[in-house]
Structures are given as C-alpha cells and as structure tokens.
Write a protein that binds this ligand. Sequence first.
Ligand code: CUA
Length: 348
Amino acid sequence: MRRGSIFQLVGLGVVFGAGAAAVALLVPWLPDPASEQADRIDFLFWFVTVICIAIFALVAAVIVYAVLKFRAGPDDDADGPPVHGHTGLEIVWTAVPAVLVTAISILSAVILTQNERVPRASAGAAPDPLRPLVVDVVAQQFAWLFKYPGYDNATSSTLRLPVNKTVKLRLTSLDVIHSFWVPEFSQKQDAVPGLITRLVITPKRLGTYPVICTELCGLGHALMRSQSEVMTTSKFRQWAASQNQGAGGGGAAGGPSGKALFVSNGCDGCHTFKPAGSTGTVGPDLDQLRTEAARANKPLGPFIRESIVDPDAYVEPGFQKGIMPGTFRTLPAAQIDALVKFLSGSQR
Ligand code: CUA
C-alpha cells in the first residue's frame, strides 16, 4: 500500500471520527446524572460510545476510500480480479471485536453488581432508618405512591429522598405491570402485581426530577408521572417527623384530607377537578358531577361513592367500561368517606 493511500485513509478516518464525536458530545442526549448509580452507567455509556466512534470512523473511511478509488469506468463490464482473502486481516478483524465485546461485558457486569449493592449497617450501631432508607413503591393505574416503613409508613405521592444516602426501593403494583424510571437516576425497574422488585439509588444532587411510568399500562399511561425530590438529610428528617405527628396524634380529625387522598390515589392523573387543580381527560370531568349524577338518575353522594367503589355501574357517555381500576374499593372506609365529601363539597 502506498504512503499516499495511507494518508488519505487516515484523513478520512479523522474526518468521520470527528463528525461522530461532535454528534456524541454536542447534543445533550442524556440528562446530567444525579445518582452514584447513574454516574457508573454514564461511564459505561461513554466507554461503549468511544469504541463505537472508533469503529465507525474506520469502517466509514475504508468504504468511502474504496468507493472513490476503485470505482469502475462507465464502460467497464469486466469482472473484478479474483482475490484470495487475507488470513492476517481476518484474524485481526475477528480478534479485535472479540476483545472489545468481552471488555464491555465484564465492565457491564461489574457496574450492574455495584449498582445493586446496599451498604450494610455496621454491627452494633444504633438502628438508623436511613441505613439504608427503605421506600415501598406502590404503582397503580395511574399513580405512584411512596411509603416509608422506617417512618411509621408515612406516605407521599412525591418520592422524597435524602441526598447522599443509599435508598432501597421495593416496588410492587396493585393492578397491571408498570415501570419506574427517573431519567436522572438512569435506572428502570418494573412494578409487577404479586412481586416485589428492587432498585437501589444513592442520589448525589439536590433537586426535583420526574418519575415516569415506562410500561404501557392503560389509557392514562402517559399521565402516570410524579416527582422525586432530593433534599438535605435534615429537611428529610423534618418532613418524616411531621408525617409521624399527623399519623399518631390526629385521632378522628387526623388522617389525610380529601384533597391529599385525591392526589395520592392518582385520581388527579385521569380526572379534571378544579379544587385539586387537576386537568386529566382520561376519565369524566369531576367538576360536572352534579350533571353526571342527574344523567345517571342518582343522588349526588351515593352516585360518587358508587363511582369510586364500582366504577362500571354507571359509565358516562363518551367513556368506556373497564378504564377506571376497581382497586379503590379496598380503600379504608374513612378515606372513601373523605373522598366523597371532598368531591361533593364543591359541586354547584
Ligand atoms: Cu403505569 Cu404506564
């Protein structure tokens, strides 16, 4: 091979490599990692991307060089010269990819193992609900609920996490398969009815990030979103303490308000209801409940209650049976009462 050809090949390789690198670097493909696990995955992404850019540059350079250099003349109908192959080259182009793919597999296995690791509380230390913090994630059509068993089962519709503390999520679902995803944490995990799946997160940046369902789970799938708020440890402890007071000393007046229940049960994901500030359109507009009750020929209160515990008993024109899950009939009676009161209280 002549020196000129090598220069041309290398030149083409540099051009294609620089182009691909620019596309990789200048376009913000992924959000900034906000957890230790996301950092590791980010590193793996870049490791693979660099290999891909190098191979792309090599292959593109050889193809373009061959197209330009070995182009047949317009009236050249002859077969090309018989070529016998090249054992040395064949060994190289088999061995190099084998090494690269093996390296990617080993690195992936190491990172996946590290990302599932939960630091163990040191023996003899005082029990601390933050080592590690456990959060039960309950998915249902079309809402997320987060429970904190270390803090008297405090519940929240926002995933509150203390920064720099490892948290273990235990996910499950009340109805169909959902999938938990926070892009800034880079990981996804399915929430499956009858199973408990796990996900370990160590947030390292304060901020609010979206929680997104990434498994098509029904009509409201696209609306099944929540928030993850990473806060300082002291703020988190404050929040947890305020939750416990509410649950412990509340008595009859205690318990979550109708509005809080409306949100924590995900009603706001599907229904428009002004007092809750929700604008969902999967289900009927709850600002019109009086008209809807009249259409169903039922008094307002019993109509609302029936619609919560037996959603298919009356279906508003323009909507279908079987969309609203029947799981709300298992809510504690006091919570259903509070919801009925909240919904009927603001009807004109
Ligand atoms: Cu839940 Cu999609």
